[in-house]
Unconditional design. Sequence first.
Length: 202
Amino acid sequence: MKYECEYTVTIKLENIFMPPGHSSDELNDEITQRGRDNLRKYFNGALFDPDKKIIHEDTNEFAKNLILTLGSNEGIQLGQAIVRNNVYLGKISEVNLFSSKAMVITDLNSRVPVVIPSRGVNAILKGNGLGGAQLLFLPQNAVFENNDQIYTSGSDGIIKEGLYVGKIITDNKKDIKKRKYSVDLGFKEHQLNYVSVLKVKK
């Protein structure tokens, strides 16, 4: 399978001379459209519509979902990954005509197959509902060091492999068998204002 990415693009105009008979909004629309057209050419038509802003956070005590301005009218499907700055955030969990819902990996119901390449270890990353996540189903003899990086493994056949998730933090106990590990995710929840959606091309 090949993967395409819908890139988020923001164009801001400041201190620009306006041609007679043109408003700043009209010029902004024109330049924005040119930017989109150029991006479509550069990415061989992979770009659909940039500036996908989160319009609402559907959050309770243990759940973390985002409502996006993307829907089935633009080809969005269940299971597609959402990213920001190449960091995996979660996946599309519900699709409507003009909007969709994405489950963030910190959600209590989130399960993501991951790999720690430096140790050759596969695991499942489970959201804890409290803004973080933990590793499950680790081999009994697994040993990690601080900053060992975590990536999506792609073993579920849905989420693209190799997306950065975060890094491991340890308490550095000398007795390896008693070490405890936590996960430092590659994003902060308060930073989630714009996201991109990875599209799977069959």
